[in-house]
Design a protein around this ligand. Structure first.
Ligand SMILES: Nc1nc2c(c(=O)[nH]1)N[C@H]1C(S)=C(S)[C@@H](COP(=O)(O)O)O[C@H]1N2
Ligand SMILES: [Mo]
Length: 448
């Protein structure tokens, strides 16, 4: 079995680091946690809210036992302690970290994999040393093409091990770091304590955590997570069609993307001024504009960008809007970067559901009578039907025509009144109870 984790045994400590709050748990062990939408309201994502994506169990690394080895095609193989590393120049930068699979749960047709929606992304301040400085110390030999990283985490059962490479050019980029700090403190165990790779502008699969071994290579690494996992056709393919991994390449650059976080899709708001807010980010080319459409993409207006910015960071944005009348709106947001890349209006599809970045549409019903409950129903909630449903609604037809509706409280009120005109016996004092129930159980955001 060697270093492998047995299914029950090694790595049983569930909580090694700071407790995370309000996260959407996609898997508790290995740890896969999605940031809640409120995470898009601060420029720096606190560690408690920062998403976690781990293919194996979180290793319990003790600094006293930890060492970093640098070998392969180098003149002098090195073994460094944290103390040695900290003698090299310290570099700090703020960068977005986004999982290649962010948004997978929004793809149609669906595909296997963790069903991330918007929150496998965060923006943090990373500090450490330049990978280039460490490589220079070791002396990269002629013919080197890529740099390989291995972390202290070990696979579960016969799962392949998470090991990754980045091309030499990216390894020598002055912004590519070996980071020992996140947001001003030592890395949290979930985020790679004591050392991780930071590759600004690139998706999370290159940001290897718990790094213990670095090797400079003159041949392409053939490991599962380079040759099979994290590969993308580079263009959209016919939805649902399988593509040979040999015809795909590793996911590297992030896509230009923006998220509206202040309002949930299919929610209701009262008339009056609204403040729409969210965040936008890009790859190595910075975000230059965020635009909002309140008419389903017919016209666009510039949102105001936040003052806090850095080359690889996300940019907060806000947009003030007073809906001209009570109606059902499709509000959209799109970002553009300095290279002229803009989010698409239609999502291209790829077999593993990577790099999702379609313009997000948030459907808002502006109404003086919001059925607040309908916006908060979540998967698995059950609301017991009141007796009045049976007494008033199931005399002429079954529950089916009722069940398939997705209506606001205002729409349900009109529907009940129509049924009353058609002969439904609804006691006046029970009408509100009935309408409330219908709006909650069969509201605009149906129970999936
Ligand atoms: N050693 C190791 N490094 C890893 C991973 C892993 O499973 N093992 N997951 C990668 C993936 S796919 C992502 S998206 C990021 C997530 O980083 P975070 O958990 O700090 O948010 O770490 C990367 N580094
Ligand atoms: Mo990822």
């Amino acid at each position: 079995m060697g270093r492998r984790a047995l299914l029950a045994g090694v790595g049983t400590s569930l909580l090694l680091g700071a407790p995370k709050t309000g996260m959407r748990v996609l898997s508790s062990r290995p740890e896969d946690l999605e940031m809640p939408m409120e995470g898009f309201s601060t420029w720096i994502t606190p560690v408690e809210k920062f998403f976690v994506r781990s293919h194996h169990y979180t290793p319990d690394v003790k600094l006293a036992d930890w060492k970093l080895s640098i070998g392969g095609k180098v003149a002098n193989a090195l073994t460094l302690t944290m103390e040695d590393l900290k003698k090299l120049p310290r570099v700090e930068l703020v960068s977005v970290l986004e999982c290649a699979g962010n948004g997978r749960g929004l793809y149609e047709p669906t595909m296997a994999g963790l069903q991330w929606e918007y929150g496998s992304v965060g923006n943090a301040r990373w500090a450490g040393v330049r990978l280039a400085d460490v490589l220079r110390k070791a002396g990269v030999r002629d013919g080197a093409i890529e740099v390989w990283f291995d972390g202290a985490d070990v696979p579960v059962g016969t799962q392949p091990e998470f090991q990754r490479t980045i091309p030499m050019k990216k390894a020598l980029d002055p912004n590519t770091l070996l980071a020992y700090e996140m947001n001003g403190a030592a890395l949290d165990p979930s985020h790679g304590f004591p050392l991780r790779v930071v590759v600004p502008g690139w998706a999370g699969d290159s940001w290897v955590k718990w790094v213990t071994k670095i090797e400079v290579r003159d041949t392409e690494f053939e490991g599962f997570f380079m040759k099979t996992g994290y590969r993308h056709p580079g263009k959209g393919v016919t939805p649902g069609v399988a593509v040979d991994p040999a015809l795909m390449s590793p996911v590297t650059n992030l896509n230009i993307k923006s998220v509206m976080a202040s309002h949930a899709d299919r929610s209701e708001v009262k008339p009056g001024p609204l403040k729409l807010t969210g965040a936008a980010w890009s790859n190595t080319s910075p975000v230059v504009s965020v635009e909002v459409s309140t008419d389903a993409g017919r016209s666009w207006k510039a949102a105001t960008l936040g003052t806090e910015k850095a080359a690889f960071a996300w940019r907060l944005w806000e947009f003030g809007w007073t809906p001209p009348k009570d109606a059902y709106y499709s509000v959209m947001v799109r970002a553009r970067n300095a290279a002229g890349e803009m989010q698409p209006l239609q999502q291209e599809w790829n077999p593993s559901g990577y790099s999702h970045n379609v313009v997000q549409a948030v459907r808002l019903n502006v109404t003086a009578k919001p059925s607040a409950a309908s916006a908060t129903m979540v998967h698995g909630d059950f609301v017991a039907p009141p007796a009045v449903l049976n007494q008033s609604c199931l005399g002429c037809h079954t529950v089916e025509p009722i069940q398939q509706q997705r209506m606001s409280r205002g729409q349900w009120e009109k529907e009940v009144e129509k049924m009353q005109r058609w002969g439904a016996p609804v006691k006046p004092e029970l009408k509100d109870v009935l309408v409330d129930y219908l709006a909650k159980r069969y509201g605009m955001r149906p129970i999936r």
